[in-house]
Write a protein that binds this ligand. Structure first.
Ligand code: HEC
Length: 413
């Protein structure tokens, strides 16, 4: 066989394997699914990171004994796509951090519950925590910060805390990776690390974020986040009391790149509308924000940001010829999960592309998260105020311009 035909053959074999892969790999019995064969692998891969002792999930879902009493609520949660937390509508991306279940996985779970949640034959697969080499994911960090212990009472409303971090860096730093180690994962719901603006403890640029189940972040090779000399950081905590008093001691680690290793700044762009006015009681208030790129860019990720009244957010690109391209739609935004959507394939957009971010807010009493439906709401930093920010992480496509500027923060809009 000559080389070319061998190549064609193996390409055909690979294509066939790819076509068969989803059904085979999942190997799900959709008629008579059992815990041992079908449900346990799904729970281990998609749920147990949060649903195990000492994590934020309210119950463990590792074994048959643990999961069996929850079968109905599990079925309801996955059928409604409330769990695992992933707010993007299907059909966008693909996103490399997508943890949502496939239709088949949902069908297997709901069928299993409807059939009386059978265990099945044989040994149960055993859940194993992913092994960690050493204390930190990417080796010895260049900088570690430990926050002062924070007491979280057993009961009470969620707590939000902005803690300034004085860095004392005497040179510009290029951040190539971020890891957050939550002190107490039973109460720390999520955490955002911000770059502060110059001379004031105000959030200016998104550096990284953490929630249970979300991995430490290593930025793409050749890119980094700029922390200009002398600039501080802010730790933004959301605590969720869980019935037992707890003390949280969270740590953050950063890894720096040498300036010459960074070809392109990973810019955190804020597409902002801060002039909206949401009337009291309004169930579907709509507002937009836009941004026009003045250079060719390569988009890496999207992070919708609103507060408790935030209901949906959609990102659409209008190319210079007017052609629209839908980038992301989150029709059930949930403030509790500050999620970034990281594109599996970076997306190039030409100069002159206009991004439109359209959001809707629910300030009615029907919104169960609404702190007060009787007041008009405008822009503000408190969780009881609102925000409308469509964050985009991008790098300049042209390397000559790629490290020139940092248009971050609402002030730059
Ligand atoms: C990133 C963390 C995380 C992941 C992953 C996750 N959960 Fe949850 N889950 C939570 C948290 C936190 C709660 C409680 C608060 C809430 O509902 O948001 C919860 C609540 C639930 C509830 C409701 C419990 C009740 O009291 O009624 C069910 C059922 C559930 N999860 C099932 C699942 C299943 C099944 C999966 C995987 C397919 C999953 N979860 C994945 C964090 C997670």
């Amino acid at each position: 066989m000559n080389r070319a035909s061998r190549l064609i053959r193996s390409a055909t074999a690979a294509a066939t394997a790819l076509l068969l892969a989803p059904a085979l790999a999942a190997g799900l019995n959709l008629d008579q699914p059992t815990f041992v064969d079908d449900v346990a692998p799904i729970l281990h891969a998609n749920c147990a990171s949060c649903h195990q002792p000492d994590e934020i999930g309210p119950m463990s879902l590792r074994t048959y004994r643990e999961a069996r009493p929850w079968a109905r609520s599990i079925a309801r949660a996955v059928e409604n796509r409330d769990m695992p937390p992933w707010d993007a509508d299907p059909g966008y991306g693909p996103f490399k951090n997508d943890i949502s279940l496939s239709d088949d996985e949902i069908a297997a779970i709901t069928r299993w519950a409807a059939n009386g949640a059978p265990r099945g034959e044989g040994d149960e697969p055993v859940y194993r925590k992913p092994e960690k080499e050493g204390e930190w994911t990417f080796g010895e960090p260049d900088w570690v910060f430990e926050f002062d212990p924070h007491e979280v009472a057993a009961e009470g409303p969620d707590q939000f805390l902005d803690v300034p971090i004085v860095t004392g860096f005497e040179e510009d730093r290029w951040i190539r990776a971020v890891e957050v180690q939550a002190g107490d994962r039973t109460v720390l719901h999520h955490f955002i690390l911000w770059r502060a603006s110059e001379n004031s403890p105000v959030q200016e640029g998104w550096v990284g974020a953490w929630a249970t189940g979300f991995a430490p972040q290593h930025f793409p090779p050749g890119t980094g986040r700029l922390l200009p000399k002398g600039r501080n950081l802010i730790g933004d905590f959301h605590y969720h009391p869980n019935g037992t008093a707890a003390t949280d001691r969270t740590r953050v680690a950063l890894w720096f790149a040498e300036p010459e290793e960074v070809e392109r700044e990973l810019v955190n762009l804020w597409i902002v509308n801060n002039t909206f006015h949401i009337p009291a009681g309004e169930a579907d208030y709509r507002a937009q924000a836009t941004h026009v790129f003045d250079q060719d860019v390569v988009i890496r990720s999207f992070t919708p940001h609103m507060h408790y009244r935030g209901k949906s957010m959609k990102y659409t690109a209008f190319l210079p010829n007017g052609e629209p391209r839908e980038l992301l739609s989150v029709s059930r935004y949930d403030f509790n999960w500050q999620m970034a959507y990281d594109l599996a394939e970076p997306m190039r957009l030409p100069a002159g592309t206009r991004i439109e971010v359209s959001a809707s807010f629910d300030n009615s009493p029907d919104n169960p998260h609404n702190p007060d439906p009787t007041v008009d709401v405008t822009w503000g930093a408190d969780s009881t105020d609102e925000m409308l920010i469509g964050f985009i992480d991008y790098v300049a496509a042209d390397s000559a311009a790629a490290k020139a500027a940092t248009p971050a923060g609402p002030a730059g809009q």
